[in-house]
Structure formats: structure tokens, C-alpha cells
Ligand binder design. Sequence first.
Ligand code: SIN
Length: 310
Amino acid sequence: MSLLSTSLLGTQFTNPLLNASGVWCRDKVELDALNASQAGSFVTKSCTLEPRTGNPEPRYFSTPMGSINSMGLPNEGYQYYLDYASQHDYSHKPLFLSLAGLSVADNLKMIEAISKANLPAVVELNLSCPNVPGKPQIAYDFDAMQTMLEAVTQQYDKPFGVKMPPYFDFAHFDAAAKILNSFPQVAFLTCINSIGNALVIDTESESVVIKPKNGFGGIGGDYVLPTALANVNAFYQRCPDKRIIGCGGVKTGEQVFQHILAGATLVQVGTELHEEGPGVFARLLTEVTALLERKGYKSIEEARGKLRTL
Ligand code: SIN
């Protein structure tokens, strides 16, 4: 076993890094670039039943501390990603398929097709998109989350994961974990999606910086690292039978290591991938390798969840 290799759902990963769904994964050109990159796996753009153009532009804005976006799920429709997944060489690299149906029925239709295709692709069900006007984040409505998971687990018999929004209160960590733990088929949690409905203001123009939702959008990057680490660790502690995929604020190998200490098995990169392109993975791997070696670790598994408290 090499220093960075890890496993999830019985699949081996050469390293823990992958893109956050939504970044560099909308079409074949971008997905092929991830496949060719040093990322250990990759995930497709969260898809809907039908293709979507998404929200009006500008809908993504970089700031010195990260990013704000309100993309609105622009995607090619699930069949496009299913076709991509059916042509993918899984012996080269594992692939996740991200689903963000606009209703229970839409998710069930996509799940039915994925089930029939019987591919090694692993489903990440997005319960946390903050950017579709009129569609609240499912995982902020615990009854809706329960209903969605009941429906999906009745239709689908493979293990899958869920992309979670950030929570900010222990009562919500507890309530969400209770629901998630009642579905053994939910094998992993991706924590976190962007912190939804933030507002970035440009002082000179006295204006918002993105057009949709009057400037409200999900933030990522430096803004979210401590919240992401908290959510990774909160669910790592509360969901001992599930794996956690960390997502949020990863800019250097140090933050990859911090996610692993908090309990992450895999680590996604969003804002920094958008800034730097798929070359970011090689840099992060070099940095996290140097850090692990300096600290005397023989594998990342040794570090996972080993966060100390005072
Ligand atoms: C988007 O397309 O608006 C982003 C998706 C997400 O945050 O889940």
C-alpha cells in the first residue's frame, strides 16, 4: 500500500483527491481532463433529468478569500453522464455520478436508469444545491430528506453517498446523523456543499457580484474551511459506519491533511480547482506527501480521524 492510497466501498483509490461536483466536470472535455489528471477519482456535474442551461450570468465570482456562485445546475442531462460513465475505464480511475433531481420522481427516474446500466460508477446524491430558485436545499428539511432517502433506497440496491450542506448547530448534526444512520445503504457523506445564500458586495460599484437571486449564492474557498472541517468531524463522530468525503477550503496539501485528520477518507477540491485547473491535483499530492513524510506517517489511513482535542 502506498502512502496516499485508500479505499471506499471496496474500491481502491491511488490517492484521496477528486474534484468537487460542479467544478471542471460539466462535459466530456472537462471530465477527460480530470481523468487524465493526478486526481485519484472524479465526479460528474450534478445532473438533472433534462439538460439545463442554469442561472443567468455572471453566476460565478472569485474573491481573494474564495468564490461565490449561483450556477443553478447547468448540466447536459443525466443521460449524457450515464453515457460517459458507460464508456469510462474503471480500472484506470473510479468515477462518481452526481445526481440532483428537482423532485423525488426525477431522482427515481435517474436512479432506475443507473440501476439498469449496472456500472461500477458510484452515485453521490446531491441533497444540498442552494442555487435553484424555488427549490430549497433538501437536507435542510429533515422530513424531505427522510422521504427522499426512503424513496431512493427502495428503488436502488447499491450503496451510495449523499452530498450534504453545512450545518451550524449540534442539534442539526444530531438530527441529520440520526436520519442518515437509519439508512445503511447511505455509505458515505460528502461534507460540505457551499455555504448557501451568502452575499458578496463590491464596494466601488456598490453592487452584488453575481446576477441570479439578486446576488445571493453559495460560497467556497477560504471562507468555508473551518465549517467544512467541523462538518466532516461532526459526521465522522456521529456516523461510525459511514465514510466521509471532505469538501471545502482545500488550497494546499495542509488542508488535505486537515480534512483527513477530521475524518475524511477522500477529499474534494472545488474553488481551487476552478482557479488553477486540473494541475492542482499534482501540486496538492506533492504537498500532502511531504507533510505526511515529515510527520512520519506511513499511510493516510493512519492519520484519518486522529484529530486531537484539548
Ligand atoms: C449549482 O449548479 O448551482 C451548484 C450545485 C451545488 O451547489 O450543488
